[in-house]
Design a protein around this ligand. Sequence first.
Ligand code: ATP
Ligand code: MG
Length: 308
Amino acid sequence: MDLLVIGDANPDVLVFGAPGVPPYGQAETLVDSGVLALGGSAAIVAHGAARLGLEVGFAAMVGRDAAGDFVLDALKSAGVDISACVRHESLPTALTVCLNQAGGDRAILTAPGCLAAFGPEHVPRIAARHVHAASYFLQPRLAAGLSGVFRTARGGGATTSLDTNDDPSGEWKLPADLVELCTVLLPNQAEAAALTGAGDPLPVLAASGAIPVVKMGGDGCVALSGGDRITARPPVVEPVDTVGAGDSFDAGFLAGWLRDGDLRAALALGAAAGALSTRGAGGVATQPDWAEATAWARNVEITSTRDA
Ligand SMILES: Nc1ncnc2c1ncn2[C@@H]1O[C@H](COP(=O)(O)OP(=O)(O)OP(=O)(O)O)[C@@H](O)[C@H]1O
Ligand SMILES: [Mg+2]
């Protein structure tokens, strides 16, 4: 197997054209449109990586409910190996509602359901070339044992990556031993700043030995490796919806990385895959296949400077 993805899976219920504050008092508010889509950072990464042609396994917990059926069906249809997914006896599958406003901003309401029950003991010992974990702060039991999972993976010769995503508690505590076991860190700009408390988070994150790749929305991303600060600027697209762009970026980055370990090529593929995913509503509808991603990656502008 090329890639084992560990983490969250849930349906995303997306509504577009929502008012800033929906009126209460049992008022029914009509919005422009709504979509049910595969969500959860890890699930979107796994789906995107399978679409790019990787052999992908997924380890996650869902409930014994229609929401769990929905996410597992979507992943299976994309070719993801879901045999390691477990179903909680009584707790529901996590569920997210996204209220998207006209300007592109959104409120994200997540009911974590069984995510808090998912732990390292549910992660199978599958031999994979790379292990990626997502949504660290939504899964406290997994988080407590993730260092052990990554230590085993690295000991077996695999590389590792982590996309923490947001920390709803606002604490942003990432153990040093876990960071040292990450080959690549994949936060966005706000997350990198919150994790390090630094104006320039890249050197702080790189001090652990990991390669930080910081995502910057329409501006692309910046990475720091061996003293080279490398920026990848995606082609201009007219985004319909940026939900899951960071996760689709992760999928593209990992597909490039696993190809031959070329960081610049991986950044270009990540930026292209992230940008292409914004063409449709939800995280997975417009994720590119390998041919489309590589064609667009040729139009990603890569620049690099030496860090002083
Ligand atoms: N408006 C946009 N135009 C073009 N590309 C975009 C746009 N927004 C995002 N992307 C692409 O997607 C990548 C990741 O986006 P972003 O920085 O929003 O990640 P994120 O905050 O982790 O996203 P997520 O909401 O999925 O967690 C960017 O590096 C870029 O390549
Ligand atoms: Mg993200």
